[in-house]
Design a protein around this ligand. Structure first.
Ligand code: LLP
Length: 434
């Protein structure tokens, strides 16, 4: 259990507020983030991802969870931002996030999105393909807009959880395969010919929920060796390398994540060693954590509704489900949970926690050990802060939950609960003129 969660008289508190009080004030399902924990994760990366050999930058991957309040915390902690769509970019602009700290990713950015980025003065576009490179050069040159670019490389290393594979994922939809010299050369030449597009370096992201840090060693070794050759062959100045995100978090006791300090220290040390080995100097090294900043700070509170026994299971139904957490159905993700007002009771029962959607796969936790549950109990699922709200849907026309930041006994709603009328705001009956 995270340090930020306390138990007082058998009742769970998050950010110094009891879960029943949160549920009463804000309703359920409810996402509650411990704001101090968010702050700690952000400042942890900022503090430990430092070197005296090169500059460093921590770029938060906003796809994990974003809203104005989170962006303000990131800004306060000096982090930068990775966006992957016009929508994420627009939100950042509306939140007043500094454009010179935004990196625009994505494999199929539309013209509208690229123009928006150029128009807003977004700092860097991370190019994913030759076609995108052609289009960005065309647009920047014709609009006379300056933009920095990086090239996303597929380094031929894939990692997921405890495994990593060298020369895996050859057919990934992301990036340009590192040994595809022809494509890389064409991209570099196009950029060199433009007076508006400036090349700054390469990016690689090797996967998610990675525990084995040797995967990062491997990608660092490969990319630094690679840029040594490229910079010589193309007389190219490479200023920075971005090694992406993917650092593992603890969802259940089976997960043993590395401390932020250890992740940062290892990446920095490996970069320093490899740069020395190849006698290279880089201006900056970046990383892009998403999940590891927000996952464990976030929790979902549900009310237990009806219950049902089948020959082999006892179901406990909650008032949300796959609409606020699709990760279980999509990736077979595992979570821990508790009954928030029965924290001092023995977990003598096993329940299948299921959502309310018309879908058999709408299960949140199989065989969850819990005390005896009753209708009206509050169930808390831990560690739902990443890719929960950001992947939420209106399936079955369920309203998306509210999101609350709790800190030292005070809570603030940072995203309001959706209402039925909110869901109808896009209904139209307009004549289409063709
Ligand atoms: N940078 C790039 C280019 C990425 O594609 C991603 C994640 C990240 C950084 C951040 O990775 P993180 O530190 O959050 O693992 N929906 C999935 C995760 C998809 C991740 C996609 N890219 C899930 O719920 O597990």
């Amino acid at each position: 259990m995270s340090e930020a969660r306390n138990v007082k008289n058998g009742i769970l508190e998050i950010g110094g507020i009891s879960v029943p009080d949160l549920a009463k004030a804000c309703g359920t399902p409810l996402f509650v983030y411990d704001e101090n924990e968010l702050d700690q994760q952000m400042s942890g990366y900022k503090t430990y991802f430092q070197s005296d050999q090169f500059e460093t930058e921590v770029i938060y991957a906003s796809k994990a969870f974003t809203c104005k309040a989170l962006l303000q915390l990131l800004e306060k902690n000096g982090l930068s931002l990775d966006v992957v769509s016009g929508g994420e970019l627009y939100l950042a602009e509306q939140a007043g996030f500094p454009m010179e700290r935004i990196y625009f990713h994505g494999n199929n950015k539309t013209d509208e999105e690229l123009k928006l980025a150029l128009d807003m003065g977004c700092k860097t576009i991370v190019l994913d393909s030759l076609m995108e490179c052609e289009r960005v050069v065309e647009l920047a040159d014709s609009l006379k807009c300056k933009i920095e670019v990086m090239i996303r490389i597929n380094p031929g290393i894939t990692a997921h959880t405890h495994k990593y594979i060298i020369t895996g994922n050859l057919d990934s939809k992301f990036g340009v395969m590192f040994h595809d010299e022809d494509t890389i050369t064409k991209m570099i030449d196009l950029i060199k010919d433009s007076s508006f597009v400036g090349f700054i370096g390469f990016h690689a992201h090797i996967g998610s929920q990675i525990f084995d840090l040797r995967a990062y060693d491997a990608v660092i070794e490969r990319l630094i060796k690679y840029i040594k050759k490229l910079s010589k062959d193309h007389n190219l100045e490479i200023k920075c390398l971005d090694f992406g995100g993917g650092f593992g978090v603890r969802y259940t006791d089976e997960d043993q994540p590395n401390e932020i300090q250890e992740v940062c220290r290892r990446i920095i040390k490996k970069c320093e060693e490899e740069l020395l080995k190849y006698d290279l100097h880089l201006k900056k090294i970046m990383i892009e954590p998403g999940r590891s900043i927000v996952a464990e700070a976030g929790n979902t509170i549900y009310h237990v509704g009806f219950m049902k026994k089948t020959p082999n299971k006892e179901y406990l139904f909650v008032d949300g489900g796959m609409t606020d957490n699709i990760r279980v159905a999509l990736y077979d993700a595992r979570y821990d949970c508790d009954l928030a007002e029965k924290m001092d009771q023995k977990k003598e029962y096993q329940y299948t926690v299921a959502g309310k959607c018309c879908e058999s796969g709408d299960i949140l936790i199989e065989n969850a050990p819990l005390p005896k549950a009753e209708t009206g109990d509050l169930l808390v699922v831990y560690g739902t802060g990443a890719y929960g709200y950001s992947m939420a849907s209106n399936y079955n026309r369920l309203n998306r939950p509210a999101v609350v930041f709790a800190k030292e006994g005070k809570a603030r709603v940072v995203i309001k609960r959706e209402s039925y009328s909110d869901q109808l705001r896009l209904e139209a009956d307009e004549e289409v003129i063709i």
